[in-house]
Design a protein around this ligand. Structure first.
Ligand code: SF4
Length: 289
């Protein structure tokens, strides 16, 4: 396979064939994110994407999942995306699911009818980074949308009956807005009722605006205990229908997981146990980084 630069994919796409439909991220401004900093965003030609699919076929006998990278591949015109999905069907008849990263803006740029068409052509899951439900924090991190747009985008994916997987980041409001982050994120998530939630914990990476803010003490990081208290605030407020919740990424201090709302008490119990963990305040040793 041929790839440009570093690749990123959701954990659940670990065994998928990854094909770059875009290079980089259309937003590429979020203050905490270093993922696509080295790449200038562009949409690849459909011809080149199809060539990569053919290369993938030559390399792999069985491909059950395909993930269209990089950031925000849903920005591609529906007509072109449909061509790509049709090619996937022909080249990989055994493929059961095609996944894609999508920004809220790109989702809102498509009609529900277009999204339904994409689903019927094989688009099987959309991953959207919500990060926070707080308007204030969304503005501070330069996400490029507010919480109402985020909700509208999430609802649109659900309306098109495409499974929706979202990520949020604990600690993204720092000490100052921790509780606001927990409360407002629960509000937004409840409105969109996603199928999957991945709750990561903030990692500050060199080369980002946030790194400078932490260095200059404009942003105060949460302690591991504060992260868990914020998570408790968030989980307590969730009211979801059969949503798989995972907070077991290497960035997390304590692994949490369950199906909401059914397992809410179990997750709150996991948090309670986490809060009692010896040495929790030493923090970083709990991350599997
Ligand atoms: S967080 Fe997502 S939208 Fe923001 S720059 Fe990174 S990849 Fe792009």
């Amino acid at each position: 396979m041929r790839y440009e630069g570093t690749l990123y994919r959701p954990p659940s796409e670990a065994y998928s064939l990854i094909v770059q439909a875009t290079i980089g991220c259309s937003q590429n401004r979020c203050t905490f994110c270093s993922m696509y900093k080295e790449k200038d965003f562009r949409i690849r030609k459909t011809r080149d994407i199809v060539e990569d699919l053919i290369l993938g076929r030559q390399e792999y006998r069985k491909v059950e999942k395909i993930f269209l990278a990089d950031g925000d591949a849903l920005i591609i015109k529906t007509e072109e995306l449909l061509k790509i999905l049709e090619k996937i069907k022909t080249i990989f008849p055994e493929c059961k699911r095609v996944g894609i990263y999508a920004s809220p803006k790109s989702i809102l740029g498509k009609s529900t009818g277009e999204l339904i068409e994409l689903r019927k052509s094989g688009l099987g899951i959309v991953y959207m980074g919500v990060e926070s439900g707080s308007d204030l924090i969304l503005e501070k991190i330069k996400k490029g949308v507010n919480s109402s747009e985020m909700i509208a985008a999430g609802k649109k994916i659900k309306e098109a009956e495409i499974p929706l997987s979202i990520t949020l980041i604990s600690g993204l409001g720092g000490k100052e807005y921790s509780m606001e982050h927990g409360v407002e994120s629960a509000r937004v998530v409840n409105e969109m009722n996603p199928d999957y939630i991945g709750l990561l914990t903030l990692l500050v990476e060199e080369g980002t605006e946030l790194y400078d803010d932490v260095w200059n003490e404009r942003f105060k990081l949460l302690t591991p205990k504060e992260v868990l208290l914020e998570t408790r605030e968030f989980v307590q407020r969730l009211n979801l229908d059969n949503c798989i919740f995972r907070s077991n990424h290497a960035s997390n201090y304590v692994a949490l997981g369950g199906t909401l709302n059914k397992d809410k008490n179990l997750i709150l119990e996991q948090i309670k146990e986490g809060l009692k963990m010896e040495g929790l305040e030493e923090g970083e040793i709990f991350r599997r980084l």
